[in-house]
Each structure stands twice: as C-alpha cells, then as structure tokens.
Design a protein around this ligand. Structure first.
Ligand code: ADE
Length: 218
C-alpha cells in the first residue's frame, strides 16, 4: 500500500549490496497500479458497517495473478498480527525459497477471500499492531536476505548469530583491551582458541538461561 516505506530499508546496507551482487532481486509493487478504478482506489467500506477501510479483492488478485504469470512462487505471504510469529527458524526456511510474494496488510485488513484463496502463509513479526504491513515485510526481507550465502561479508557470522543455534550470542569486545578501567575478559586475550570457544559457549548458555529461558524449554 505504501511502497515508499519499503524503499529505504530495502535500498541500504546489506540488502542493497545483496541486490547489487545479484544474490537477490526485490521488486516493490504498488497495488494501485492494479486498480481498475479511475481514481486508482484499492479499498472500500467493510460489509457490516464497522469503522475503517478494507483492501478489495480485485487489485490484490490482479497483482498476484500478474506476478504468477511471470514466475512460480514458493509462498504467497500475508503480513498480519494474527499470523504465526516470525522467528529465526522461519527465516532460515524461507531464505531457501526461490521466489516469494509478501503482501503487506492494510489498516483494517484485506478482504478475507484473498486470505482464503490466494495466501499460503500468514506471518506476524510480533504481538503488537503496526499501521500497515510494510515494516513487517521489510523486517522479514532483512532477516531472509542476510542468510543468503555471500550476502554478509563473513559467512560465519550469520551462523554465529543469536538464535541460530537456539542460544543467544556471547558478548563481543574490541580494542582497547582496557577502557576507563573497564577490562575485556582475560580469556579473550589469551590466544588460546579452545578456551575461548569454551568461554563463548558458556556465556551463550548463561545468557540464554538468564535472559531467554523460554528458548531452552523448547
Ligand atoms: N501488520 C500490522 N501489525 C503487524 C505485525 N505485528 N506483524 C505483521 N504485520 C502486521
């Protein structure tokens, strides 16, 4: 609905570089371009008399149909607070897809028939309500694209992210080894590779148990 909101996050940093390197193509489509209305309207009043506007079937159907004529899609995702909650494991699986459509939700919602007939997956980025699905789509695109091999400089670093192994990442430090009397943990300066990996794992376990005990219960 509001392509401008998507432009900036998708055209900077890692997402920009991944597109330049041709690791991914991201196309933003404006549903208004698929409206047959002379004012390019895409929403209308809801049946039943509630407040708010609802995105109509026709422009969404025409947009999705036009895209499907060009390529096959693994999923047609709808961003909605009542979808399944997005997490790293969904990101990992979706990043292996060839082609995805993400339909951004709209204030009050879209005509439910679209969800019944065209949407294959509904995803929420958390239990709070955004004004539209654009930021949710940008969040998902960011999480997916950075997992594509080559998208981030050091491939190891996507694997060592928090959540990637069900654990929070260990703390990281850089020079100087002491700042205002605040010291970096000794072990990291020891040069002892095995001890360092061991310390990191211990930190990950402790931080996860303390900050996100729910992750270890799964
Ligand atoms: N649209 C509005 N709120 C949302 C949320 N939390 N997740 C995904 N899409 C949304």
């Amino acid at each position: 609905m509001l392509p401008e909101i998507l432009e900036s996050p998708l055209n900077h940093s890692i997402l920009k570089r991944a597109q330049e390197k041709r690791l991914v193509e991201i196309h933003i489509h404006n549903l208004r371009d698929y409206s047959l209305d002379k004012h390019r309207r895409v929403d209308d009043y809801p049946f039943g008399g509630q407040a708010g506007m609802v995105l109509q079937c026709e422009p969404v159907d025409r947009a999705i149909t036009a895209l499907k004529e060009q390529r096959a899609y693994d999923e047609v995702i709808y961003t909605s607070p009542d979808g399944e909650t997005f997490n790293q494991s969904i990101a990992n699986r979706l990043s292996l897809s060839q082609n995805l459509i993400i339909l951004c939700g709209h204030y009050k919602g879209i005509d439910y028939r679209i969800r019944e007939h065209l949407i294959t997956r509904e995803i929420s980025i958390g239990d709070y309500v955004l004004t539209g699905g654009e930021l949710a789509a940008a969040v998902m695109a960011d999480a997916l694209v950075r997992l594509i091999p080559g998208a981030i400089g050091d491939e190891q670093s996507a694997l060592s992210d928090s959540f990637q192994d069900g654990l929070l990442a260990p703390p990281v430090y850089t020079r100087p080894a002491e700042y205002k009397g605040w010291a970096v943990p000794e072990v990291l300066l020891s040069g002892h590779e095995a001890k360092i990996r061991d310390w990191e794992l211990q930190q990950s376990l402790e931080r996860t148990a303390k900050l996100r005990p729910d992750l270890t219960n799964n």
